[in-house]
Write a protein that binds this ligand. Structure first.
Ligand code: SF4
Length: 409
């Protein structure tokens, strides 16, 4: 644990407001293992409210991840900070956040700030306070670290617009994937105004790129909670596909609902299986980089839910065995991308390598670590799976242990 460069009063607020921020997944690196809460109550992911995030150029940065306050006027059922929750409350002043950030930054504990907040007085007032933090950091202290601001969608458009001039990344949490879920669990939130704010951010980001101006250069991201109600994976992924398509979202983060202290009685008592979150990340990857659409990976017999036992690409291949085996030496790139065990990078290497040679199984083995899964679906110069695709136990032979899971293949 790092020694905190602050007095006990501020350290106490930090404990409360770092702990309150840990439920927001949208600054954490995707697929990062969930850590247990710090026994001292200081931690979001690495203790003292420090989490890790990736910048657009792929750098992993450590961020001070805190709320400005966990007081809130709203009463979203899934949120530990909701109005009716019985948690300890605290509020930082603008100067306190600035001091903490600068002190942590000077000591190399952090490379930036992730700031979110409960809504106090009004959405505009809250957004103004967050904006003041980043303006003071930049203008008064020449702070050049990374700043991710969680915007308040109900705030006036000009405030969100101004925030983009100072922050590196803005995000707005959609929180729940459908209007019906929002109506049930977050009745004070309005899906239309959340999407309106996302659309506005998207326009500003596009304009600023054309005009070479600074506006949230790292783009926008959002988070959805899964498992707080009976919304299916297909519905979650349809919403993600819309967000990527309409607003050029950089990332949609999926956060498995976890029962919170003093939780609302409308919520389930148990969290969904953690594997559901992993499967959603894998499916999201297939939507963005592998040419799949939602109906191919999350529909049909499973009532819109992803298969928890095998990854979504393998589940699709097992249901579409008539499209395999695929010959690595001649198949289109699009079809190679659909072979379980072959990631996009391996496929690109295969496409280059086969221009110079006829690929054998050992060549493919050198290009992917997922050969065991790929093998029944592939033809190479020296390999044909023969009747293996028709075997009834094929699925059982390919089920992976959780530690073998990969996001990329
Ligand atoms: S507005 Fe945000 S902080 Fe307030 S209850 Fe809803 S999710 Fe929690």
């Amino acid at each position: 644990m790092k020694e905190l460069p602050v007095d006990e009063k501020l350290a106490k607020k930090l404990r409360i407001l770092a702990d309150a921020a840990k439920y927001d997944a949208s600054c954490a690196s995707s697929g990062a293992p969930k850590r247990k809460a710090d026994p001292d109550g200081l931690g979001s992911t690495t203790g003292a409210g420090i989490c890790h995030a990736y910048t657009p150029d792929g750098r992993c940065v450590s961020l001070l991840k805190i709320l400005l306050t966990n007081y809130c006027l709203f009463d979203c059922a899934y949120c530990v900070n909701r109005r009716s929750s019985n948690v300890k409350r605290a509020k930082f002043s603008v100067d306190e956040v600035v001091t903490l950030t600068i002190e942590f930054y000077k000591r190399n504990y952090i490379e930036g700030l992730f700031l979110s907040s409960g809504i106090i007085r009004s959405p505009d007032y809250t957004m103004e306070q967050m904006l003041l933090v980043v303006k003071k950091l930049r203008r008064d202290h020449g702070f050049r670290g990374y700043v991710h601001l969680k915007s308040i969608p109900e705030a006036s458009p000009w405030l969100i617009e101004e925030a983009g001039l100072w922050a590196d990344r803005l995000s707005i949490n959609l929180e729940l994937p459908t209007e019906a879920s929002l109506g049930r669990l977050a009745p004070e939130k309005d899906g239309a105004s959340i999407e309106g704010a996302m659309a506005q951010m998207h326009e500003r980001i596009l304009e600023s790129k054309q005009e070479r101006r600074h506006f949230s250069p790292a783009g926008q991201s959002t988070q959805m909670i899964v498992g707080a109600d009976d919304t299916t994976d297909a519905d979650v992924l349809r919403t993600s596909a819309k967000l990527y398509g309409h607003y050029d979202m950089r990332r949609v983060y999926y956060s498995a609902f976890s029962p919170i202290p003093d939780s609302s009685s409308v919520l389930p008592l148990k969290p969904p299986p953690l594997m559901r979150e992993n499967r959603l990340y894998q499916a999201d990857w297939l939507l963005r980089y592998y040419g799949f659409d939602v109906d191919e990976i999350a529909s049909g017999g499973e009532k819109g839910m992803l298969d928890l036992e095998v990854d979504p690409k393998l589940a699709w291949a097992l249901k579409n065995r008539h499209l395999f085996p695929v010959d690595v030496n001649v198949a289109e790139r699009e079809m190679l991308l659909r072979v379980p065990g072959l990631g996009a990078r391996a496929v690109d290497k295969i496409v280059v390598a086969r221009k110079h040679t006829t690929l054998r199984l050992e060549d493919v083995a050198r290009l992917t670590s997922g050969l065991k899964r790929a093998r029944p679906f592939l033809i190479t110069a020296d390999h044909h799976p023969q009747g293996r695709l028709d075997r009834l136990d094929l699925r059982e032979t390919l089920v992976e242990k959780p530690e073998q899971l990969s996001l990329f293949a």
